[in-house]
Design a protein around this ligand. Structure first.
Ligand code: NAD
Ligand code: IPM
Ligand code: MN
Length: 350
């Protein structure tokens, strides 16, 4: 092997997280063997709700320091019914996203061949959008008060934060030859933060006259995603809106088992983190029912990030081949195959 060896930290986390990470690791391993010019060294970290029960925290105090030594992070999912979600998620997932200033959350909503779509009269190519979700501040800034009779949750929108994510969306459109950037906001009701966001979107859009800039209110955008998904190309939105709309996106592109996301620090000061959009799915954990495709897709995004989009495409093509054949699918896709069988099918397709 003459090429580079990448150090990848793996945080399987809770529920089905370790199961789907195991699949993605096998896929990356196979890709490395087939290519011969790239290699991955995996280190597993047992952090998550189990760790919390033992140590009173979701990861060690110097967890971020430890992760800094890696080229990328593969994360499964976080959350267990016996630990409050706001404790587990802020203690690990959000701590990494914000601690490493992974301010871009890239979530493709693309209907692969063979993936089920619940929408009527929609062509496959009509569902092909890429969400650029703000991932470092906004509604997730974690500021506010929680008292007996009152709670306040403060959204923090800075010029730096809004500008950089909106500019990233336009740059992505230019780079990928896409034609339209849609901003999703809610300036009619959120009369400070979203007015600010809309203003900055209009400013940045002026720098990209070749890209069509479009603005939608989040309620109407939800409706259009179902009624007319073809109108979306690159989409940019705040942290919370991006969270909600990408579950809707998953639903129209095959389900939670099909939806991946990359948490990126574009300046590469810190490792970026790749994960499925879904959660720990405690209802199906340990039963070999989890669809590993979303996490394998996240591994594909990691290849793009490592500067090997050819390998990213290779993984996605293998996932699509298994889907299109339709013989080896997990129950969420109407099949009866096990997680390990679908993983094997993807390895064979590679
Ligand atoms: P969820 O995404 O875990 O599950 C929603 C539904 O989708 C469930 O019916 C589940 O069985 C199904 N599902 C999810 N992933 C699947 C897969 N790969 N294959 C087949 N079916 C799949 O969301 P939830 O139930 O709202 O949350 C469960 C826990 O996960 C909570 O603790 C929540 O806070 C946490 N959560 C974590 C993340 C994350 O770590 N990134 C994301 C969302 C939710
Ligand atoms: C996601 C998840 C997280 C989010 C939760 C678990 C904090 O839903 O990655 O979509 O809201 O960002
Ligand atoms: Mn979510």
């Amino acid at each position: 092997m003459d090429g580079k060896k990448y150090k990848v930290a793996v945080i399987g986390g809770d529920g089905i997280g370790p199961e789907v990470c195991d699949a993605a690791k096998q896929v990356m391993q196979r890709v490395s063997e087939l290519d011969g010019n790239i290699a991955f060294g995996f280190t597993d970290f047992p952090w998550g709700c189990g760790w919390y029960k033992e140590h009173g925290r979701m990861m060690p105090e110097d967890g971020l320091e430890i992760l800094k030594g890696y080229d990328a992070i593969l994360l499964g999912a976080v959350g267990r019914p016996d630990v409050p979600d706001h404790v587990s998620l802020h203690g690990l997932l959000i701590a990494i996203r914000q601690g490493f200033d992974q301010y871009v959350n890239l979530r493709p909503v693309k209907l692969l061949r063979g993936a089920p779509c619940p929408l009527k009269d929609v062509k496959r190519e009509d569902v092909d959008m890429i969400f650029v979700r703000e991932n470092s501040e906004g509604e997730y800034a974690g500021k506010g008060i929680l008292e007996e009779d009152r709670a306040e949750q403060v959204g923090v929108f800075t010029r730096k934060g809004c500008e950089r994510i909106i500019r990233y969306a336009f740059e992505l459109a230019v780079k990928e030859g896409r034609h339209r950037v849609t901003s999703i906001s809610k300036g009619n009701a959120l009369n400070y933060s979203m007015v600010f966001w809309d203003r900055i979107f209009a400013e940045v859009a002026k720098e990209y006259p070749q890209i069509e800039a479009n603005s939608l209110l989040v309620d109407a955008a939800s409706m259009f995603m179902v009624r007319d998904p073809a109108r979306f190309d690159v989409v940019v939105c705040s942290n919370l809106f991006g969270d909600i709309l990408t579950d809707l996106g998953a639903a129209i592109a095959g389900g939670m088992g099909m939806s991946a996301g990359a948490n990126i620090d574009p300046e590469r000061r810190y490792p970026s983190m790749f994960e499925p959009v879904h959660g720990s799915a405690p209802d199906i954990m340990g039963q070999e029912k989890a669809n590993p495709m979303a996490t394998c897709w996240a591994a594909s995004q990691m290849m793009d990030y490592f500067g090997r989009p050819d390998l990213g495409r290779r993984i996605l093509t293998a996932i699509e081949a298994v889907l299109a054949e339709g013989k080896c699918l997990t129950p969420d896709l109407g099949g009866s195959a096990k997680t390990s069988e679908v993983t094997r099918a993807i390895l064979e397709a590679l």
